[in-house]
Design a protein around this ligand. Structure first.
Ligand code: SAH
Ligand code: DHB
Ligand code: MG
Length: 251
């Protein structure tokens, strides 16, 4: 996991002050500021669209809890969080599996797509302190009774879920990048027919496209991206906004 928080903050996520920018307030002092066009609109497409949405105090609280603890600020981008909510709702998914919980930002986005009082989110998280915070944040968002956290290495947890015969309608892959191909195989095995697989960070902040980058995470991500595109069991699409998101339906 990289500690490159500064870079992440400039990728159109978090987006503090978006409304001010959209309202042109950043221009009042005659200083457009970085990433803001003359008209007072954000210069980046992601920041522009993010600025159109109402503040989200519940998710903002998660982001604050991350900063307070000095954790890496690597929750899913806000636009993709909204897409997760939309996809869960649109596909009427009931059993959700998240691989990599951090502080519960994406977990809340996923759970928000469930019908009121129904369905369940299972989150796999390696670090006990992260898992505890994610559980607390999910509880604060009203999902205490429908969120299950499994602490430990995700591959072991997936093995256990398979042994137990668990099946899911929706997968969000967002943990260690080296294991994305493994997580995809498990997702396909644990999928109910028509299940959706979403995966974050398919561009690895440009490293995926840089031929000089040949480390294990980059190579695994290239394998994963190709598998999503070519696996005959999947119907897939790659979205290049933010840090890249892959989507597939398990046929
Ligand atoms: N999905 C979260 C962000 C996840 S960041 C959100 O958008 O809100 C990646 C997370 O994966 C971190 O919390 C990290 O601790 C966890 N992780 C890393 N390796 C893991 C592993 N082998 N098993 C389970 N979780 C892992
Ligand atoms: C980073 C971002 C992520 O969304 C993630 O899951 C892991 C790492 C990063 O920018 O380093
Ligand atoms: Mg991610």
């Amino acid at each position: 996991m990289s500690g490159n928080v500064e870079e992440r903050m400039n990728m159109g996520r978090g987006n503090p002050g978006a409304e001010e920018r959209a309202a042109g307030k950043a221009n009042v002092e005659g200083d457009a500021g970085a990433g803001v066009l003359e008209a007072g609109l954000p210069a980046e497409p992601e920041a522009y669209f993010d600025s159109l949405f109402e503040d989200d105090p519940e998710l903002e609280r998660v982001t604050v809890s991350i900063r307070e603890r000095g954790m890496p600020d690597i929750s899913v981008a806000p636009g993709y969080g909204r897409l997760l909510t939309l996809l869960v709702a649109a596909t009427r998914a009931r059993s959700l599996l998240e691989i990599g919980a951090l502080a519960g930002y994406s977990g809340i986005c996923l759970a928000r797509g469930l019908p009121p009082g129904e369905g369940r989110l299972t989150s796999l998280e390696l670090k006990p302190d992260y898992a505890e915070l994610a559980s607390a944040n999910l509880a604060a968002a009203g999902f205490a009774d429908r969120a299950e956290m499994i602490v430990g290495d995700a591959v072991s947890s997936l093995e256990r879920l398979e042994r137990e015969g668990r099946r899911f309608d929706f997968f969000f892959i967002d943990a260690d990048k080296e294991n994305y191909p493994v997580y995809l195989e498990y997702a396909i095995r644990l999928a109910n027919p028509g299940a959706i697989v979403a995966a974050d960070n398919t561009l690895l902040r440009g490293r995926t496209l840089n031929p000089e980058k040949q480390g294990p995470a980059v190579r695994a991500m290239r394998d994963f991206n190709r598998a999503m595109a070519r696996d005959p069991r999947l119907l897939a699409a790659h979205l290049p906004s933010y840090d890249g998101l892959a989507l597939a339906m398990v046929k």
